[in-house]
Design a protein around this ligand. Structure first.
Ligand code: AMP
Ligand code: ZN
Length: 466
């Protein structure tokens, strides 16, 4: 089955065909770095990481770009509040963001471009819009002339007239029309600024992504992603800016994740129910949070509660236990290479079930069902007294392959636990009693390899680590 992706622009699932075979250019709007990220922000971060990992597992070479908005009104206000400069504020929260997403097992982006490193490109982009009459200057500000872009509203499926009702009419005589949005903002006294053809100022929010996408990925990209609140106005404005200048579609697939709620309520500052990622991971394993995020389809709302986390934790434990048990048994399994062909077939069927579900618009909850099918097979196999190393390895490889995409397993160190060592010593003593010298030697070799030394003493065998 080929990959199908739900495209917000066309409102249907479409077959995924990359612009260049074997390569995917992907851009996900990143945070404004004036605060620590909360668990809601974790949803796009984790989901699009899984999209990228899955594409990589399908042998695509993925260029994954996600930006930092390191200057805007919120940044300026917060810097004032904390009595630091805007760049100092940005540095603090960029580092915090990178630490938080690393904790969540998110792979590094190919690049994290910042607004302040792209001012010239942004100015050039705005200049091109002015040149084409898609933008106008008004007392040091520059606005986008939405009436000039006939397709404005196509992503959020509304026309300009409908949009008028949704917009708070501000008393702003600089704009020709309330739907027009700002591309460049004149600096107020004391604010951070850059020089431009329109005087001292800074970029509006939407323009940065148009400028960065074009600079780092090109005129048309494969996937553009973000949370569903970004559909309008942010992504609608990105489309208007880019397509007015290039004349080509900005992205072939627009993907948006639904929201995360807390105890069935919207997360909001006024409700005070926001939970920071860095606080959450003091209480639960980051893998449990990842698993929880992936337990719902990304286009469905997801409810965060003690109960749903507990369920995620229990479910994940079943997968982790199977994984640990497979690894544990492998340390002592007999080294045959024969595997029943029926077992190989069942595992292959489970693997393609996983891919089928991921290919169906990244249906992670159903893909996780395939992981549980594998766990059930593994547990059945582990009930046997005699297991062989090749079969155990096959289970482990498959589980690890799934985890390349999902990132939900904790890797244990290769070290043997004390009780495992003691168990092996007992087995070795018994093997010697029953004159099974081969097995006794095998255990001694394994222990030596793991840096465990045995000493025969009158009180019995003692062991120590190297
Ligand atoms: P913000 O810092 O609000 O601009 O959000 C950064 C990213 O997180 C955007 O892609 C938002 O759509 C997304 N986001 C914010 N809140 C939530 C939430 N409660 N659930 C899911 N995604 C969210
Ligand atoms: Zn953006």
């Amino acid at each position: 089955m080929t990959l199908r992706v739900y495209n917000t622009l066309t409102r249907k699932k479409e077959e995924f065909v990359p612009i260049e075979p074997g390569k995917v250019k992907m851009y996900v709007c990143g945070p404004t770095v004036y605060n620590y990220i909360h668990i809601g922000n974790g949803r796009p971060v984790i989901f699009f990481d899984v999209v990228r990992r899955y594409l990589e597992s399908q042998k695509y070479e993925v260029t994954y770009i996600t930006n930092f908005t390191d200057v805007d009104d919120k940044m300026i206000r917060k810097a004032e509040e904390l009595a630091v400069t805007v760049p100092e504020l940005a540095e603090t929260f960029i580092q915090a963001f990178l630490d938080d997403v690393k904790t969540l097992g998110v792979h590094d982006a190919t690049l994290n471009p910042r607004v302040t490193e792209n001012i010239q490109e942004i100015i050039d982009f705005i200049a091109a819009l002015v040149e084409k009459d898609f933008a106008y200057e008004a007392r040091g500000d520059v606005y986008y002339r939405t009436s000039k872009f006939a397709e404005y509203g196509k992503l959020s499926n509304q026309n300009l007239e409908e949009l008028q009702y949704g917009i708070r009419i501000e008393v702003d005589d600089r704009k020709e029309s309330p739907q027009d949005f700002v591309l460049w903002k004149a600096a107020k006294p004391g604010e951070i600024f850059w020089d431009s053809p329109w005087g001292q100022g800074r970029p509006g929010w939407h323009i940065e992504c148009s400028a960065m996408v074009r600079k780092y990925l090109g005129e048309t990209i494969d996937i553009h992603g973000g949370g569903q609140d970004l559909t309008f106005p942010h992504h609608e404005c990105e489309i208007a800016q880019t397509e007015a200048v290039t004349g080509h579609p900005m992205a072939n697939y627009w993907m948006h994740n639904a929201f995360l709620n807390i105890d069935n309520e919207k997360m909001s500052k006024s409700l005070g129910n926001g939970i920071l990622i860095r606080d959450l991971v003091k209480q639960i394993k980051p893998q449990v949070f990842r698993f929880f995020m992936l337990s719902a389809h990304y286009r469905n709302p997801l409810n965060f509660s003690d109960e749903s986390l507990k369920q995620a934790s229990n479910a994940l434990e079943r997968i982790q236990n199977a994984y640990d048990n497979l690894k544990h048994r492998l340390t002592t399994a007999s080294a045959t290479s024969e595997i029943e062909s029926a077992l190989t077939d069942r595992l292959a069927a489970i693997a393609s079930q996983f891919d089928d579900k991921m290919n169906d618009d990244f249906n992670t909850p159903d893909a996780i069902t395939a992981v549980f099918d594998l766990v059930a097979e593994a547990n059945l196999y582990l009930q046997q007294e005699r297991v062989n190393a090749a079969a155990l390895q096959l289970f482990l490889d498959q589980l690890q392959a799934f985890d390349q995409t999902l990132g939900i397993l904790s890797q244990q160190t290769d070290e043997l636990l004390d009780e495992e060592i003691e168990q092996l010593i007992i087995e070795r003593t018994e093997s010697r009693k029953s004159k099974n010298w081969a097995r006794a030697d095998e255990i001694r070799d394994l222990l030596t390899e793991k840096g465990i030394f045995l000493e025969d003493t009158p009180q019995g065998i003692r062991w120590r680590r190297k």
